[in-house]
Design a protein around this ligand. Structure first.
Ligand SMILES: [Fe+2]
Length: 282
């Protein structure tokens, strides 16, 4: 995929966003939230791809997947005025449908179109299905990491502001009370992700987002968690109990362990294949 084609896709995306522009300020803030998110997921994807040493073709593919990953958010918001999939539609599947129905990827080889569409459709699944081909697996993992890194930014930036000033669709309607549910803490202690169902407070949601660290696929993504102080910033407003200090300590240990493992794997491989590091190797 050459630069000209990527530029065409960026223009197509801008027009698509424009077509979904809202008539009032509140709705337009929600649309712009996703437009900015897309630009920063692209930047994250390019950074991860560069640090993984992906070749030009795989890097271009990663950028296009990041550009299109949340396409479904725009028609979702226009139709349902929400970003909650459970109250509307699976936005990842909707985005893949838009790509197919509008034949956006015409001109690309069928195999490449298939990787892009499947990575978009899978970017929000709780756990990636087994049996994906290597290319789709790599790209789905990459966009999932790039997406999480920017969702953290959005949530942290919003947390610093008065909830009344949040774009209306950004919250989940959860109360900002001090409680943290035992079941959510137990999931984190098992190094497991937390499901959206059953959350009782914004603190539960903060813990759910922290648990995403256990789902990151690549060492460069974990480095970005450290570089951007994600753990500290997400936990800044959570009650500092012994139990939660333990959760945070476990997370920090996990990030450091994964980075050490990756560094050791990189050292032992240096001068050999130079192939991209994947989850299996870390
Ligand atoms: Fe998404």
């Amino acid at each position: 995929m050459d630069d000209e084609r990527i530029a065409q896709y960026r223009s197509w995306f801008s027009r698509f966003v424009q077509e979904h522009a809202a008539g009032n300020e509140q709705d337009q803030r929600n649309i712009l939230l996703k437009k900015t998110h897309t630009a920063l997921v692209c930047a994250n994807a390019l950074r991860i791809a560069a640090e993984l040493g992906l070749d030009a073709a795989a890097t271009a593919q990663a950028e296009v997947i990041a550009l299109f990953h949340d396409l479904g958010r725009f028609p979702q918001y226009v139709r349902y005025r929400t970003f909650e999939d459970s109250r509307s539609v699976n936005h990842a599947v909707l985005g893949a449908k838009v790509l197919l129905e509008q034949n956006v990827l015409r001109g690309l080889p069928v195999s490449e179109r298939s990787v892009i569409v499947r990575a978009v459709a899978l970017h929000n699944v709780f756990i990636l299905p087994a049996g994906l081909d290597d290319e789709t697996c790599l790209q789905a993992k990459l966009v999932r990491d790039a997406d999480k890194l920017d969702i953290w930014r959005v949530f942290i930036e919003l947390s610093d502001r008065d909830p009344a000033a949040w774009p209306s669709a950004a919250g989940l309607g959860l109360p900002d009370t001090p409680e943290c549910s035992p079941a959510v803490i137990a999931s984190l202690n098992r190094r497991e992700m937390v499901r959206l169902t059953g959350l009782r407070s914004l603190n539960d949601f903060r813990l759910l987002q922290l648990a995403w660290i256990y789902d990151l696929n690549f060492a460069p993504s974990l480095s970005l968690v450290l570089e951007r102080n994600i753990i500290e910033r997400l936990t800044a407003s959570i009650p500092q109990t012994d139990e939660l200090s333990g959760v945070v300590g476990n997370l920090r240990n996990y990030v450091n362990e994964r980075l050490h493992q990756a560094a050791r794997a990189g050292e032992s491989r240096s001068g050999s294949t130079g192939s991209p590091r994947t989850d299996k190797e870390q």
